[in-house]
Design a protein around this ligand. Structure first.
Ligand SMILES: Cc1cc2nc3c(=O)[nH]c(=O)nc-3n(C[C@H](O)[C@H](O)[C@H](O)COP(=O)(O)OP(=O)(O)OC[C@H]3O[C@@H](n4cnc5c(N)ncnc54)[C@H](O)[C@@H]3O)c2cc1C
Length: 400
């Protein structure tokens, strides 16, 4: 007879691996199924120092970011993180293999889930070779597109943020400080860029833009990233032959809003598929790590009670609302305003305002912890007038 798992986790990205790790020492039988043949498209991500400690990620930290800058044609403004604050740069590749060992290789690669159905009242996942996997519930960690929950009738998160990143080798930089940079509209139209020295002559660099106000294609982002590297005096990159670029990632991320629902009967959504890491200025992975821990506790309880109904799983949504929903309203409003009403002039006015925040306040903004005081500092009469006139234009455009 075919084995029936308590839980099937679909996707071996940060979300799938984190929840698998949390389930490992609980009384729950599970398997992770991953469509690719190995941990695919892994890259490096910045996570707050406090989260690195909380989730035991020290061994995967490759660098610590000490400052952020604003780059405008006229000037470069620098803010330093405080002594305890800051961002650690984590190697997702390394993290994946560490977790793989911790969960004793319970990952089935090359298993792309094509369909989900109920067979004789039991939940059944069908892969592309028509193999069946039976389970009591699914944790959808399938990332952008929410391929699993959409099959179960839950709409996932919208995709709006474009990111391009390179890993560079054999390069040198004049400025070796570890930094994140926010750029004016000559480089990004709504987003940021980063250069992080890895080991020796290796660097990780990237740029991200939100849309729809600007819909950057790959070529446009490539041009902007190259220009950014020239401005930051990274030497040795031969872009025409791309010899020094050892890895290129061009990806959409859900940056707009969380999915309307995170749970359904026999289903929990986690990570990008739920649109959880959607804080306005990025750094969303801490939400994944936190929610993975919560999901594991709730799943264990469901297994104990043999109840996988929406009402049994609903405390997962309640936790989100209580811990992350607090600032979600401000995040949502800000994102909608940027998406619909910003143009280059408005973006530059905001970069100017961001620059007026203290280091501590800016760190709160990075974490998307807006207070009324911070929001007040970010607003200005000129920006308000600009947005109002853009609003009139949008309304007028819609009418005609
Ligand atoms: C270049 C870049 C830089 C980033 N930088 C940061 C940062 O600095 N800080 C931060 O917090 N966040 C950052 N992010 C965002 C962060 O990396 C993501 O939010 C996070 O990795 C998402 O993890 P996930 O597991 O939800 O999704 P994914 O990593 O996309 O994993 C989903 C997995 O599911 C698999 N899958 C999908 N459908 C199926 C199916 N039907 N069957 C089987 N398998 C399936 C896919 O193959 C994939 O492996 C960055 C993202 C990018 C692209």
């Amino acid at each position: 007879m075919q084995k029936k798992y308590d839980v099937v986790i679909v996707g071996a990205g940060l979300a799938g691996l984190s929840v698998a790790q949390e389930l490992q020492n609980r009384n729950v039988s599970f398997i992770v199924v991953e469509g690719s043949k190995k941990f695919g498209h892994r890259h490096h991500i910045g996570i707050f120092n406090s989260q690195v400690k909380k989730f035991n990620l020290e061994s995967c930290v490759v660098n610590r970011l000490r400052r952020f800058t604003f780059l405008t044609p006229a000037k470069s403004f620098v803010h330093l993180f405080g002594r305890k604050e800051g961002i650690s740069y984590v190697d997702l590749n390394k993290l994946s293999s560490i977790i793989d060992k911790r969960i004793k290789g319970k990952i089935r690669f090359n298993t792309w889930i094509k369909d989900i159905c109920y067979v004789g009242g039991e939940l059944c996942l069908v892969d592309e070779n028509k193999n069946n996997i039976f389970a009591k519930m699914v944790i959808d960690c399938s990332g952008k597109g929410s391929s699993i929950s959409s099959k179960m009738g839950v709409e996932g998160s919208d995709i709006y943020c474009k990111t391009l990143s390179y890993t560079l080798d054999n390069c040198s930089a004049k400025d070796k400080s570890n930094s994140i940079t926010f750029l004016d509209s000559s480089l990004t139209s709504s987003g940021g860029a980063w250069i992080v020295p890895l080991k020796g002559t290796k660097f990780h660099v990237g740029i991200s833009n939100m849309f729809p106000y600007n819909k950057p294609g790959r070529e446009e982002l490539e041009k902007k990233l190259n220009l950014f590297l020239i401005k930051k005096e990274i030497h040795g990159v031969d872009f025409r032959r791309s010899r020094r670029i050892t890895k290129k990632i061009f990806k959409d991320s859900p940056a707009i809003r969380p999915a309307k629902r995170f749970v359904k009967d026999n289903l929990i959504l986690l990570g990008d598929s739920a649109g959880q890491p959607s804080s306005f200025f990025g750094m969303g992975s801490p939400a994944i790590l936190d929610m993975a821990r919560v999901a594991a506790g709730i799943v264990e309880e469901a297994v104990k009670k043999d109840d996988f109904s929406r009402s049994q799983l609903s405390s997962y949504e309640t936790y989100w609302k209580k811990n992350f929903g607090r600032y979600e309203f401000f995040n949502g409003v800000l994102r909608e305003i940027v998406m619909r009403l910003f143009d280059d002039e408005a973006w530059d006015l905001m970069i100017d305002k961001l620059n007026s925040l203290s280091g501590k306040e800016f760190f709160e903004v990075l974490k998307s912890n807006y207070t009324l005081g911070i929001l007040f500092k970010l607003s200005s009469f000129r920006l308000a007038i600009k947005l109002f006139s853009n609003f009139i234009e949008v309304v007028y455009d819609r009418r005609v």
